[in-house]
Design a protein around this ligand. Structure first.
Ligand SMILES: *Cc1c(COP(=O)(O)O)cnc(C)c1O
Length: 437
């Protein structure tokens, strides 16, 4: 890997004082922006604003709902039969769990290191998140630990594809078949990833997505559930629209789009027409963007091979398309003079003028996950809900070794990626100057 080596030498020869210690930063140029808008999206939003119909709970205006159109497109993108859009990924998780009948006291396997919503959505419907340790090389749920934690009370496995890795789909499919416990895939960080020719979200009985601003497909705040089961589809619709479903017959202008149904208790988690219109446009450019990210992500992976002590996540050989939500860097801190990962993070922020993140904090000790402080927690399930009862050694180690770069850094040029490599090489070369930072 000659190019990165050259960059590294350049820094040995030139001013190599770290930016965090007052030296010259590697980069001052701005990074590609996220989220991105364009003329067509702005036009669509304007159309919705003028159409007089902003929500699916409104009245027909003679046109197809954007929400319905997006649902159709998103389902077909996945070769899936049904899609129910929601206002957030958290709502999508909630209704997916409720649709398969997860309720009070049921256990759900949740990765011990992921966004807090995975655990809080489970606890939010009275069920018990059982925190499972992760695999070191992918940061996704560990198959071995999951198998160990299945009991007769386990009602679902919430399989999350994390950062820029696809979980061990083959292993988990087998575990699900053998145990009879269904998988719900959380693809909020993996829209578009493909495993053996099939998109993630279609291996479990349901696939859940978030379209929040930072995600690779976004409308600000939004979500969706996909499934092939008609019964689930009927329940999902009601769960997100106060127990209503779409009117089945063609409707006249001025009449409501939703009809009462009432076979299950729903709430209002509907995605607005404005958000749906944005998603319609973003979906059109999605594959192209995702491919650009993947190419750049793989390029960054190659370039990093020239810096011993910096590793990336494993890409299983079955993965045909990989989505980069965050590029995960794993540091062997021995070769960084055992400087704390937090100091390396701050140093990298200064070199690049870019917000660099830690992994999610393991959920057995994460200030965002407080099931015991919720008034819904009863004495009966208090012990089960205590996150501290789980030990998550691999997750804790990963948390102390990894940093994340948001996918927008992969939407520019190769020179952007080279700046990242240069900055890391510079920090490594000067790690001793950070020992007492
Ligand atoms: C973002 C995210 C969610 C939650 O989605 P919101 O739209 O923020 O509610 C759930 N799971 C994972 C893995 C996520 O990354």
């Amino acid at each position: 890997m000659a190019p990165a080596k050259t960059l590294w030498r350049k820094h040995m020869a030139t001013d190599s004082k770290l930016a965090i210690l007052g030296g010259k930063p590697v980069r001052r140029k701005p990074w590609p922006k996220w989220p991105k808008s364009d003329r067509q999206t702005e036009q669509r939003v304007k159309e919705v604003l003028r159409s007089g119909r902003w929500a699916i709970s409104g009245f027909n205006n003679g046109q197809e709902l954007y929400e319905k159109e997006f649902a159709k497109e998103f389902a077909s993108y996945h070769n899936s039969k049904y899609c129910v859009p929601t206002d957030h990924g958290t709502s999508a998780l909630t209704i997916a769990l409720e649709a398969i009948g997860v309720g009070f006291g049921d256990e759900v396997l949740v990765p011990g290191l992921t966004w807090v919503a995975c655990a809080s959505a489970v606890a939010g419907i009275g069920a018990i998140p059982v925190l499972v340790d992760i695999e070191a090389d992918t940061t996704c749920m560990s198959l071995t630990d999951a198998a160990r934690k299945i009991t007769s009370r386990t009602k679902a496995i919430l399989l999350v594809h994390s950062y820029c890795a696809v979980a061990d789909i083959r292993g988990f499919t087998l575990l699900s078949e053998n145990s009879g416990v269904p998988i719900i895939e959380d693809c909020s960080q993996a829209h578009g990833s493909k495993w053996n020719g099939k998109r993630v979200g279609t291996f479990g009985i349901m696939g859940v997505f978030s379209m929040q601003e930072t995600k690779v497909l976004s409308c600000g705040e939004g979500g969706a559930v996909i499934t092939n089961e008609k019964t689930y589809y009927e329940r999902l619709q009601q769960l997100r629209a106060d127990s209503r479903i779409y009117v089945s017959e063609p409707i006249n202008t001025g009449m409501p789009e939703l009809q009462d149904f009432g076979s299950i208790q729903g709430r209002n988690y509907c995605l607005s027409e404005i958000h749906s219109a944005i998603l319609m446009e973003k979906l059109k450019v999605f594959d192209k963007e995702n491919q650009a990210r993947e190419e750049m992500g793989e390029y960054l992976r190659d370039q990093l091979e020239s810096i011993p002590g910096v590793n990336t996540l494993t890409r299983h050989k079955e993965v045909d398309n990989l989505t980069y939500y965050h590029f995960c860097l794993r540091f062997n801190l021995d070769v960084f003079e055992n400087v704390n990962i937090e100091v390396i993070r701050l140093a990298l922020i200064e070199e690049l003028g870019l917000y660099v993140e830690r992994l999610d904090k393991p959920l057995n000790n994460n200030s965002l996950y407080n099931p015991l402080r919720s008034p819904r927690t009863s004495d009966q399930n208090r012990n089960h809900l205590d996150p501290k009862r789980f030990s998550l050694a691999v997750a804790e180690r990963a948390y102390s070794q990894c940093l994340l770069l948001h996918h927008r850094v992969l939407l520019g040029k190769r020179s952007d990626v080279k700046d990242i490599v240069t900055a890391i090489a510079k920090i490594k070369h000067n790690a001793s100057s950070l020992i007492n930072y």
